[in-house]
Design a binder for this molecule. Structure first.
Ligand SMILES: *Cc1c(COP(=O)(O)O)cnc(C)c1O
Length: 239
């Protein structure tokens, strides 16, 4: 094994242990939580190693980096998730490789994604990104729709050809009433998820939790955790 392969295998094993322990502590089955490895800023060669080590879900947050990486890894059995703030002029590219867009946060993006999905002949899975700290009518600092806007956005995705509403995503807020209270933030997201599922049982994905707070997310009920640093190492730059 190369050094990098050994490093990634060890890191993955540690993350796997953390997820398993968090599931056990919460009385949840391990298979109820899906690991998504966030490979942003890391090369396609790392994605390839991760796939060989059994990773099936990867995520990226910038189309400029993700598009060539996904193309270089097109032979691998991977599901690509897009988790970054998404401009409408990038939507067509993203719809070419991503199966899941987790950062749907405004009506204009819904119509752009729908057009791109139909044009590509694909069905895109969509998660609404909820900014728990955003005021009504505004978007979060790191993207996301304010809680008050969730229902309107959900209805738009319901009606959009080529899109399937699959659930909700959040990033724990750094400021506002939830700053430093990841568990409370993720529990709030679960409440929104419960509301959403009343009329949309298939929208059952809850994407929450990153390297620092995956235990809080699993305890709250997350179905998907997005882990970057703990698997790949500290990123050389913000991304
Ligand atoms: C970078 C990123 C992650 C992973 O964060 P880590 O702290 O490196 O695990 C998760 N979600 C989103 C939206 C990200 O941009």
């Amino acid at each position: 094994m190369t050094d990098r392969r050994t490093e990634l295998a060890e890191n993955l094993a540690r993350v796997e242990e953390r997820i398993a322990a968090a599931c056990a502590a919460a009385g949840r089955a391990r298979e109820d939580v899906t690991l998504i490895v966030v490979t942003k800023t890391y090369p396609a060669s790392d994605v390839r190693i991760l796939a060989e080590l059994g990773v099936r879900h990867v995520a990226e947050n910038r189309d400029q980096d993700a598009a060539p990486k996904a193309a270089a890894c097109a032979d691998l059995d991977l599901t690509w998730h897009f988790v970054g703030q998404l401009q409408t002029n990038k939507v067509r590219s993203v719809a070419g490789y991503a199966q899941v867009v987790q950062s749907v946060d405004r009506l204009k993006l819904v119509s752009a994604l729908s057009t791109a999905a139909v044009r590509a002949g694909r069905e895109l899975d969509c998660l609404l990104q909820v900014a728990l700290d955003a005021e009504a009518g505004e978007r979060g600092e790191r993207g996301g729709v304010a809680p008050e806007g969730v229902e309107e956005l959900a209805a738009a995705v319901d009606d959009a050809p080529g899109l399937r509403l699959r659930g909700l995503m959040t990033v724990a807020p750094l400021a506002g009433p939830y700053a430093g209270r990841q568990r409370a933030a993720f529990e709030r997201l679960m409440e929104f998820s419960s509301h959403l599922r009343v009329n949309r049982p298939a929208a059952n994905m809850v994407s929450a939790g990153m390297s620092a707070d995956l235990e809080d997310a699993v305890a709250a009920g997350a179905t998907h955790v997005r882990i970057g640093t703990a698997v790949l190492g500290v990123r050389p730059r913000l991304g």
